[in-house]
Ligand binder design. Sequence first.
Ligand SMILES: [Zn+2]
Ligand SMILES: [Zn+2]
Length: 290
Amino acid sequence: MDKFLVIWRKLIETEWSAMRSEVDREVQGKKQSLVNNQDLGSMFNEPTLNQRVVDNRLGEERAVFRSWDNQGITQLECTVCNITVNGMKTMQSHMNGKKHLIRLEEFTVIEGRSDCDPVKAMVDMVPERSILSRLLDKYMVGPVIGLEYVVEVLVGRADPEYKCALCRISSSIFDLMEHLISAQHRLAYMDKFFPQASRKFLSVPNKALWTVSTFEFLDTVVNRIEAKFARAQPRVVASIVVWDKEKFKIADEIEQGKHARECPGFSFENLPDPFQGTFPMNNSGTSVRN
Ligand SMILES: [Zn+2]
Ligand SMILES: [Zn+2]
């Protein structure tokens, strides 16, 4: 198994940062379009930011607030008072200030959409394909099953976190492959969808008793599954906040989704015992196992 991990880590070393910047750019572009649409209420979770005013003299309607990004610093403008500040905190104290409120009285105020939901706005801030999918395109040395259970959770400027919704574990990209090719993950998947095969392996649940050939045998079974059904696509979630809010819904959707599974003409009914000859037989002819 070690050679697969070495290859995986080498891949991360050579490909990761380029793939990440590519995805970062894609997500930034989507965020920018939110800025362009100026649904500031959703962006900052502050409905007041969607206020519009009608200039009573000119009869013109316009947004009270505008926002843009200046080298990573959020700029907010109050078009009524004609001032620009750095960051939402400063703007918040401005818009609650006396001076601003008096100015506002000179206009007819139209309250903007108040159904602002930053999580809802955030949900779509994902790339078309996960970074993991891109990386897996280059990882062809061994089979990987159960990828539909893997969720890539974006973490802003840091590397994403990976969740396996099947085994309920979190991982970094670095350690993810170790999980995906582990007997634990493979058997959890097979137990759901290829129970005839998993049962034969799980007759010795203690993997400390497995020999190298047992692991290699499992590898060939997984290989057959991948060859038949191809790899599934992992999901991408826009942020930890979205994940925390939607993880049960996401897990549910994954369960209801498409999976590789046993079907007529593709079952493991006749799979030989993976432990044949490994354990001494007792009188009833079944192996003695712990
Ligand atoms: Zn103002
Ligand atoms: Zn897993």
